[in-house]
Design a binder for this molecule. Structure first.
Ligand code: PLO
Length: 407
């Protein structure tokens, strides 16, 4: 694939994600793509992604992007919020990255998370009570009443976000992620998120509590405490990443099971564990379609192409999850019996590997088990072909998931 190759336009409306995933993968290992008018490279193979994710010549620093330096990309670009979301572990590398990440990563180890388990179980139970009431007489959409509130509530307990903010945050994030939001509105949303979280950090600075936000403020980080802007950036990254991706994981797993009844039966019979459901969903229908973006500090050869110094690189996790070179010729099939050795990359790899991986697995495991124990006859209330994605270019985010609770 050469620089002159005709780029694949990534559909901002996400009308056919399966088709697009296939097209991007079949176009090669290093594919020129068009992101709302802006060119970038898409990495589509598991093996290349794994290698590039530990390659120090690829960095998060926006200042290394040729199109940003030249002014061709500005804050008018609808995806700017994904690559310039304030200073946190998500946007820096090297020693600074370790400094910004350490405290958060320590707080979400599997052992520390055991404290959150009863909280997640209780919230799940309460939400399912509500689902039961709403679904008593007809179909109920699992997204607004179950999959959306659960992750926001859990990440808020961890970070100390006031539940009274949830309704507004859901509105703001929806506008933030949607590619159809007018850009002036999106910039206003980004401004409001900044204000809300800055206020919260100031309140915690004045009166620390036992939440992770307070711990970030108080952490000395080897004599270099985080600045206010860094705490705000970290808090925003945790809340933003911690809810949106987990909504996708839960809903995509439910959708996969309801459209593969034989495999659902094997799970309900206890022949297959919920961990297999989660890992196979992460591989086959990962919540992150395209991760923006890294920038090349020098030329990097990949497969049969070259990423040039200053180019932008996207890791296309959905294509990577379906890479037949890594997952075999049946990579396009959802198969819970797949050997766990076929490790997916859905949480990334290398220094930036998702710090929330254990939390999202814990949440999804509790949510899915509780949902199907309570409603073993759950079924889709619309034909699967009618399910649509939200117009969110970077995320694999189903618009709604209407179900019948009792068959
Ligand atoms: C969401 C908006 C926040 O204000 C800032 C932020 C930080 C981290 C980003 C997140 C946003 C979007 C979802 C991302 C997350 C890091 C990992 C996650 C990209 C932009 C993934 C993989 O989807």
């Amino acid at each position: 694939m050469s620089d002159a190759g005709c780029p694949i336009v990534i559909d901002p409306l996400v009308r056919d994600l399966d088709g697009e995933t296939r097209r991007v993968r079949q176009a090669g290992a290093l594919v020129p793509i068009d992101l709302l008018g802006v060119p970038a490279w898409s990495v589509t193979r598991h093996s290349d992604a794994r290698r590039l994710l530990t390659d120090r010549r690829l960095v998060k620093d926006l200042g290394r992007w040729r199109l940003w330096r030249s002014g061709e990309v500005t804050r008018e670009w609808p995806l700017i919020g994904m690559i310039d979301p304030g200073r946190s572990m998500f946007t820096v590398d090297g020693a600074e990255h370790r400094r910004l990440r350490a405290k958060t990563a320590q707080a979400v180890t599997p052992r520390r998370l055991e404290n959150l388990r009863p909280v997640i179980e209780r919230v799940t139970r309460q939400l399912l009570d509500d689902v039961e009431v709403r679904g008593a007489r007809g179909p109920v959409d699992l997204k607004p009443v179950f999959a959306r509130p659960l992750p926001m509530t859990v990440i808020s307990v961890l970070m100390g976000v006031d539940p009274a903010l949830h309704p507004r945050l859901h509105v703001l994030y929806r506008a933030f992620f949607s590619t159809v939001t007018p850009q002036d509105e999106r910039l206003a949303v980004i401004g409001e998120l900044d204000r809300v979280f800055t206020e919260m950090v100031r309140a915690r600075t004045a009166r620390p509590t036992d939440d992770l936000t307070s711990a970030l403020i108080l952490a000395d980080q080897g004599g270099e405490p985080l600045t206010e802007a860094e705490v705000v950036g970290t808090l925003q990254a945790m809340v933003g990443a911690g809810h949106e991706t987990t909504i996708g994981l839960i809903l995509n797993a439910v959708r996969a099971l309801l459209t593969h009844p034989d495999q659902l039966r094997a799970v309900l019979d206890g022949a297959v564990g919920w961990d297999a459901v989660i890992e196979e969903t992460l591989r086959w229908d990962t919540p992150v379609s395209h991760l923006l973006m890294r920038f090349a500090t020098e030329d990097i050869a990949v497969a049969d192409g070259v990423i040039r110094e200053g180019d932008g690189v996207v890791i296309s996790y959905r294509a990577i999850g379906r890479d037949p070179e890594h997952h075999g010729p049946d990579a396009d099939e959802f198969d819970l019996a797949r050997t766990p050795a076929a490790k997916h990359l859905a949480f990334g790899h290398g220094p930036h590997i998702c710090p929330g991986a254990a939390l999202s697995r814990l949440e999804a495991g509790i949510a899915l088990a509780a949902l199907f124990v309570r409603f073993p006859r759950l079924r889709l209330a619309v034909p699967a072909e009618e399910l649509r994605n939200e117009p969110v270019l970077t995320q694999n985010d189903v618009h709604s998931l209407p179900v019948h609770l009792h068959g």
